[in-house]
Design a protein. Structure first.
Length: 467
């Protein structure tokens, strides 16, 4: 077997003195974990698009998939309520959080393109810095998958019930979960990407219609980027809301999804760095547009109505403002956000969990060929995540417990990941000549401090909830 120990060994000679044919022989990394054929530079990689705007635009995919995985039910409701409470005054928080997120996720995207081991997943790189990372990620991914689905699956049911009615919301949640199961069960990325592009088009159209019908005060909107902290409205201070939005964005485990989508796309070589950055930038603008659109609708329709705080109430208020089409505009956007978050997260977390399992149990990876989608445990993870539909049953207790566990698990885990990333991206044994420069390290250190603040806030909130 060939063992990937450095960039030189990747192109090194076999017994005959010629290049190693990875298609003819199994390959493993220096931890003894099989590397799937798609991880190599010479094979399995997608072609780099011609250097023209339209070629790049047509090739985009991972950025769109991760963007719609980020924008969930909570984001739409939180942004509309924030707009309702403070108008446009805190709108500047959105681009600020996305700048931080771009820096962080772009650093994550660097790893699968440049590491000398040709790791197909960042899970392997973090495990290479210390073996405990493999176990930490395995346990955390399993727990987080179920917790995340407990929150987001109910959003699918609420949106479908709002659009079609007839059945109770729980049955619509079951129907939504079944559709996610059909799409994600086989782990085919191309299907996910095509569906997400179509859903993005529907979401953009629905929110554009909503903005046109509501009517936007563009002067007030532009003034919202002036870094203003208005006086307290409702239960929470504006500074607390601003900091919470920043910390919640950076403290999201969904930031780890992007390298997995790069792998699925076949962007696995240094030549893909430019299109990867444009792709992530496009995805970041997608998030900004969707978040700003629902914020603007909230600012125009719900402003000073702090009692409106759930999806049905927001839909009713929009219906009162712009007529019968209002609720459909909102529920279409909510359905797109919820369904893509569920399916994108299930897909990424399932693959990443199997990758972590293969790292800690190399013999299993040998038996399964090292490809996460072909390991039955991927299907177990899909089923495990969708089993969280039980939390949508009427009268089901335990959401406070889930919130506490989510706060305790997610932010501290990401803090450890961020620290591990700094070590990983500065290791010549892992990154070769593509280690971080001082600007990249400065950005990562700043992000790590924000993640540390998010971890502290999450633990503090958990303690308060328990008390």
């Amino acid at each position: 077997m060939s063992v990937f120990r450095s960039g030189a060994s990747r192109a090194g000679a076999g017994n005959s003195g010629g290049p190693v044919d990875h298609r003819a022989s199994a390959t493993v990394d220096d931890r003894g974990v099989p590397v799937p054929p798609g991880a190599g530079i010479a094979e399995g990689s997608a072609p780099v698009p011609v250097k023209s705007f339209w070629k790049y635009l047509r090739s985009f995919g991972p950025g769109i998939v991760v963007a719609l995985s980020w924008v969930g039910t909570g984001d739409l409701i939180d942004n509309s309520v924030a707009g309702g409470n403070y108008g446009y005054a805190l709108l500047w928080v959105l681009p600020l959080t996305l700048v931080f997120r771009f820096v962080f996720v772009n650093s994550l995207g660097k790893y699968p393109l440049f590491n000398v081991q040709r790791d197909p997943s960042i899970v392997r790189g973090l495990a290479r810095t210390h073996w405990l990372f493999g176990w930490l990620m395995l346990v955390s991914f399993v727990i987080y998958t179920h917790i995340l689905m407990a929150f987001t699956l109910s959003g699918v049911g609420v949106a479908l019930h709002g659009l079609f009615g007839g059945l109770p919301a729980f049955w619509w949640t079951l129907i939504g979960a079944a559709s996610v199961f059909v799409v994600t069960f086989k782990g085919v990325y191309r299907l996910i990407e095509r569906l997400f592009k179509a859903i993005l088009a529907v979401m953009v159209a629905s929110f554009v219609i909503g903005i046109v019908m509501v009517g936007i005060d563009w002067g007030a909107l532009l003034q919202g980027f002036a870094f203003e902290l208005p006086e307290k409205q409702g239960l929470f201070d504006s500074g607390l809301i601003a900091s919470s939005l920043v910390l919640a964005t950076l403290g999201s485990m969904a930031n780890l999804f992007y390298p997995q989508f790069l792998r699925e796309k076949g962007w696995t070589t240094p030549a893909h760095r430019r299109v990867q950055q444009y792709d992530l930038l496009f995805g970041t603008f997608v998030v900004l547009f969707l978040a700003a659109a629902i914020w603007a609708i909230g600012a125009e329709v719900l402003h000073r109505d702090s009692g409106v705080g759930d999806a049905d109430a927001i839909a009713r208020a929009l219906g009162t403002a712009i007529g019968p089409v209002g609720p459909y505009v909102f529920y279409l956007g909510l359905l797109g956000a919820a369904w893509t978050t569920v399916s994108g997260s299930i897909f990424a977390l399932g693959k990443m969990t199997v990758e972590a399992l293969h790292v800690v149990l190399p013999e299993r990876a040998v038996r399964r060929g090292g490809e996460p989608g072909k390991d039955p445990f991927y299907k177990v993870m899909v089923a495990w995540g969708l089993l969280a539909v039980v939390w949508s049953l009427p009268g089901m207790p335990g959401f406070i417990v889930l919130v506490v566990v989510s706060h305790v698990l997610t932010s501290p885990f990401l803090l450890v990941i961020a620290i591990g990333m700094i070590g990983m991206l500065n290791s010549e044994a892992i990154m070769g000549t593509h280690t971080n420069n001082w600007r990249e390290n400065t950005g990562l250190v700043i992000i790590t401090l924000f993640v540390a603040a998010a971890a502290w806030q999450g633990l503090s909130d958990a303690v308060k909830m328990i008390a």
